[in-house]
Design a protein around this ligand. Structure first.
Ligand SMILES: Nc1ncnc2c1ncn2[C@@H]1O[C@H](COP(=O)(O)OP(=O)(O)OP(=O)(O)O)[C@@H](O)[C@H]1O
Length: 530
């Protein structure tokens, strides 16, 4: 896969006459004026030189790093290039969930080998408040800083007090002249905090505010550089994009270090694609595939056996029904494990913090982890039924259940603008509408029939008989009552005229889009907009 490569920006060692980093606490006063700026961070350069001398060893550690990051070769090389020697600008790693940003960064830092205590890592998902963030960073820095005053200091409550406290704590470390890496992982979490936008702007301006060139700020986030830097007015950081993995990359990741690669590869050729349509997240896929692989191996006496064509066929037939069930089941990811493998150096600290992951974006995370595929489709159907006027159902779905763009276009061009405006206004005033069970089921059937049929890959061509869809429909009523109990839908009392209950969706468009994304359903095409 071709990856975008970020051109390297000026580094401190090459920056020459970049802005004066001197601060009251900086060692620059004692430095002879003629000293080149790169001497401020001699260890990075020295380490690089020492590493070069190591020759063979060095090459092999880079190879090891790249091997530990299948699908992220370009990003890993770029990380190494941009992290050492310490760059003049902050670095932003961005991309979707579970695209390996944290893993790549931790492995790269392990490779760079900053001295102990020279990485401060804030796992924002595990930090509940600004104060907890301040405390975490200050304690990590102060524990190694020689400044005894900074280790005794109070944890600031206000962001405005945090910056001087941080500078004070960092000054001790920077005086020793080496790079200090400060990482903010899952930066977007800050937005959800009280007055989060202000704090976020401040965190992103730390580079300007601290003016300590030895401090390398690394931001890890799902948001793009423009999203953050448009609000700070600061210079754009160096950035590295982590795109979603392709199915082949996920296969390489999952195959890593497997004791029986031939057997596992034949299993993945059957099981990975259908699950990949439900989620692209490596951690979720790993968790969902593990029990399936045990099932797959059941008919085998010897787990070390290399399966021939006839065994593969037998195993395929054995796993097929389990796969269909798994697609409709809960995904559960017990714990993030990547950082476990990043043992050694400073990454242990980070591993622990990362594993405490939980936190603030629970709602969407829980959804991704614990809602079955059919429940997701049902929720989407309910959202559409509440959101769209019933009169548009016929135009939105064709006779085979799909979205008939042509028909929809013709219809909408026939409808008068006035009618549309009134309808849209009414919808806005009334909020989400109620709908009967029959309409919900009709929409459910339509969208499940046109969605990228998640079950098609499970069925071999000669056994394709729609049994998967029957499975998807079979527990709909049960799912419906679960969704009502969990307050995603509400059920009103029976309508005196119709004599049956009506339902209403309680979720907003953002959440609906998130659910739709997780099953690759093009929801926005079905949402009525004026
Ligand atoms: N290239 C890879 N090789 C091996 N495992 C990987 C790779 N990429 C991701 N993973 C695994 O996927 C999970 C998530 O990875 P990681 O935490 O690095 O993603 P992330 O992009 O930081 O996610 P988020 O934005 O949600 O924090 C981890 O368990 C990690 O081990």
């Amino acid at each position: 896969m071709s990856q975008p490569v970020t051109p390297r920006r000026t580094t401190r060692s090459s920056a020459g006459s970049a802005s004066d980093p001197a601060t009251p606490t900086s060692p620059s006063k004692s430095r002879p004026k003629s000293a080149p700026r790169r001497q401020l961070i001699p260890t990075a350069a020295a380490a690089a030189a020492a590493k070069e001398e190591e020759g063979e060893d060095e090459r092999s550690t880079i190879d090891v790093l790249l091997e530990e990051l299948p699908g992220r070769r370009a990003q890993a090389s770029e990380l190494l290039r941009l992290l050492a020697p310490a760059p003049a600008l902050p670095l932003l790693l961005f991309g979707g969930a579970s695209t390996g940003k944290t893993r790549a960064l931790l492995l790269a830092l392990r490779h760079i080998r900053p001295r102990p205590g020279r990485v401060a890592y804030a796992a924002l998902r595990s930090l509940p408040s600004p104060r907890a963030l301040f405390a975490s960073l200050l304690s990590q820095i102060s524990s190694t800083s020689s400044s005894s005053a900074s280790s005794r200091q109070r944890v600031p409550d206000k962001p405005s007090d945090f910056v001087p406290a941080l500078r004070d704590a960092l000054a001790g470390l920077c005086a020793q002249g080496e790079a200090v890496y400060m990482v903010f992982d899952n930066l977007e979490v800050i937005r959800s905090w009280d007055k989060g936008s202000q704090l976020l702007a401040l965190i992103l301006r730390l580079h300007d505010l601290l003016r300590l060139p030895q401090v390398v700020l690394v931001y890890v986030s799902s948001a793009t550089p423009d999203a953050y830097y448009s609000m700070t007015g600061s210079v754009e950081p160096n950035h590295i994009y982590f795109p979603d993995y392709t199915v082949d990359e996920v296969r390489d990741i999952l195959m890593q270090g497997h004791p029986n690669p031939k057997l596992y590869s034949s299993f993945l050729s059957v099981a990975l694609k259908p699950l990949f349509r439900v989620t692209r997240r490596v951690d979720e896929l790993g968790a969902a595939l593990e029990p399936l692989f045990r099932r797959y191996c059941e008919p085998l006496g010897d787990l070390k056996a290399v399966p021939d064509e006839s065994i593969r066929r037998r195993l395929f037939e054995h796993i097929q029904p389990h796969l269909a069930v798994a697609l409709n089941e809960t995904f559960s990811v017990p714990m993030r494990v990547s950082v476990d493998q990043c043992k050694g150096g400073n990454s242990d600290v980070k591993a622990n913090t990362k594993r405490q992951f939980g936190g603030r974006d629970n709602m969407s995370t829980e959804l991704e982890f614990h809602m079955s595929v059919s429940a997701k489709y049902l929720l989407l159907s309910a959202f559409l039924a509440s959101r769209n006027p019933a009169t548009l159902d016929a135009a939105l779905f064709d006779s085979t259940g799909g979205l008939d763009n042509h028909k929809r276009k013709r219809k909408s061009s026939q409808a008068s603008m006035n009618m549309k405006d009134t309808m849209a206004e009414e919808m806005l005033m009334k909020g989400p509408g109620t709908f009967p069970l029959e309409r919900l089921l009709a929409i459910f059937q339509c969208i499940t029939s046109v969605s990228e049929d998640a079950l098609s890959d499970v069925e071999s061509p000669d056994t394709m008989n729609g049994s998967g869809m029957t499975g998807l429909m079979s527990d709909v009523l049960l799912q419906l009552s679960t969704l009502c109990n969990s307050n995603f839908l509400s059920k009103s009392r029976s309508c005196p005229l119709e004599g049956s209950a009506r339902y209403r969706s309680n979720i907003d468009e953002d959440l609906a889009l998130k659910v739709a994304r997780s099953v690759s359903f093009p929801l926005s095409k079905y949402i009525y907009r004026r």
